[in-house]
Write a protein that binds this ligand. Structure first.
Ligand SMILES: Cc1ncc(COP(=O)(O)O)c(C=O)c1O
Length: 427
């Protein structure tokens, strides 16, 4: 069923566009956008945000009695132990196009390149978003994807925010199943410590020269095997730098969704931090510069061991991390007090452990965070406005960080019972 939607922008320009009703019937409106009055019409269409938080164990996959049996993971001719986190060709990627108001059928393509119109809105106006998730081989040779429903949901929030059609959850999960199935030999074998990294990408591929949403969109699901970031166990903590010259996200901007432009904005601060000798940069809130937000590509977690607390910033401009959500569940189950709230910069003094969390590595232990102020030379630690927050014994991984990491990894690799229903089995 087709609906004509009027989008009322803040500039009082009314755009009319056409989307079809979400066949899953999800009708939750984009609350943040609506409350800001950007999107005037309530959506019950492909623009809808999906629901989050369900178990990932049961999914609709297109299993049919005529399909070939699932292949064996880890049989591609690769050095499994030597993989990093980088692009690597595999057998195929999966594509779905949105045209004439509806999503088409999926296609598995061997070509890693795309032929795109030079006027595509993704190229000019950044109408693009992406996701990241992983598939793991379990000891019995089965392959499981970690929490894909959460990625389907977050993708839907990103799409809604930048006025792109939402890919229905069932289509997303089916695409995940099909692309992993087709590339099963590239899923690293159990014991290698690696995973198949899935990178879903959705962007405006139709041309527009004036600022308005495209009428054609492309969803691509690419996959690549990646190695164990911490071969031989969690590495020593890294030193972080407080980013004070740049903001990652405005309070009512797009920091809470995974749109491409956020990462373009982060490239310069990221490079600057690294050039000063800090592998990881921490952003403060843009408005007051007094509260901790998040690292470039991972959420911030502070552990207050004395009070058995897991503390993570609550902010409208932080990306809701699926790893953080998982760690919060585990921490809470282990009796820790989980606090998702504003975290003042000065509170850094109270943490015994700090970690950065995200899909790529699960956790990165952070040993210290330095505030350089106007000091150019990071070695000039005697300068009066340099402040260094040190967490516990900054050269050792803390016990809480280690335990949380081990628990998540054990669930992902099928070594611990999946009592939360987070793993989706590839059929
Ligand atoms: C800005 C930002 N924050 C946090 C995360 C961690 O999210 P997740 O745990 O879902 O990978 C990511 C990575 O996706 C990110 O890019």
């Amino acid at each position: 069923m087709r609906l004509n939607i009027a989008l009322l922008l803040t500039s009082n320009v009314v755009l009319a566009t056409s989307f079809i009703i979400n066949p899953l019937g999800s009708t939750i409106a984009p609350t943040t956008s609506q409350s800001r009055g950007i999107l005037a019409a309530p959506f019950s269409t492909h623009l809808s945000v999906l629901t989050s938080g369900q178990s990932d164990t049961e999914v609709a996959s297109s299993s049919s009695s005529t399909r070939s049996p699932l292949g064996i993971p880890g049989t591609a001719d690769l050095e499994w132990e030597g993989l990093g986190f980088e692009f690597r060709p595999t057998k195929s990627n999966l594509r779905i196009t949105y045209k004439d108001g509806e999503w088409g059928e999926f296609e598995l393509c061997e070509d890693p390149t795309i032929n795109i119109h030079m006027g595509a809105t993704a190229l000019h106006y950044g109408q693009a978003c992406f996701e990241g998730l992983k598939a793991f081989t379990h000891p019995d040779g089965t392959v499981h994807v970690f929490r894909p429903k959460e990625n389907a949901y977050r993708l839907s929030t990103s799409c809604t925010r930048v006025v792109m059609p939402v890919l229905p959850e069932a289509t997303f999960l089916n695409a995940v199943n099909e692309v992993v199935r087709d590339n099963i030999e590239y899923v690293p074998p159990y014991g290698s410590g690696g995973a198949l990294y899935l990178r879903p990408l959705l962007f405006g591929s139709g041309p527009r020269i004036g600022l308005q949403p495209a009428d054609e969109y492309t969803f691509i699901l690419m996959v690549m095997p990646v190695g164990d970031y911490y071969k031989g166990g969690l590495a020593s903590p890294v030193d972080g730098l407080l980013i004070t010259d740049f903001d990652r996200a405005a309070p009512r901007g797009v920091g809470n969704v995974k749109v491409a432009g956020n990462y373009a904005a982060d490239m310069l601060p990221n490079m600057v931090s690294k050039s000063k000798g800090f592998p990881i940069g921490l952003y403060l809130d843009a408005k007051t510069q007094s509260m901790v937000e998040e690292f470039s590509t991972s959420n911030f977690v502070g552990i207050d061991s004395k009070n058995n607390k897991y503390v993570t910033p609550k902010s409208a401009s932080v990306l809701p991390s699926i790893t953080n959500k998982s760690l919060m569940t585990i921490a809470s189950d282990e009796g820790m007090v989980v606090e998702e709230r504003e975290v003042q910069l000065d509170e850094l003094e109270s943490f015994d452990e700090v970690l950065a969390c995200g899909t790529a590595v699960v956790v990165t232990p952070v040993g210290s965070i330095t505030l350089l102020g106007d000091v150019e030379d990071p070695d000039d630690v005697e300068a009066s406005d340099v402040k260094k927050f040190v967490f516990g014994d900054s050269s050792e991984v803390g016990p809480v960080t280690r335990n949380l990491y081990d628990r998540v990894r054990a669930i992902q690799y099928g070594e611990e019972e999946d009592r939360y229903g987070w793993n989706m089995k590839i059929e």
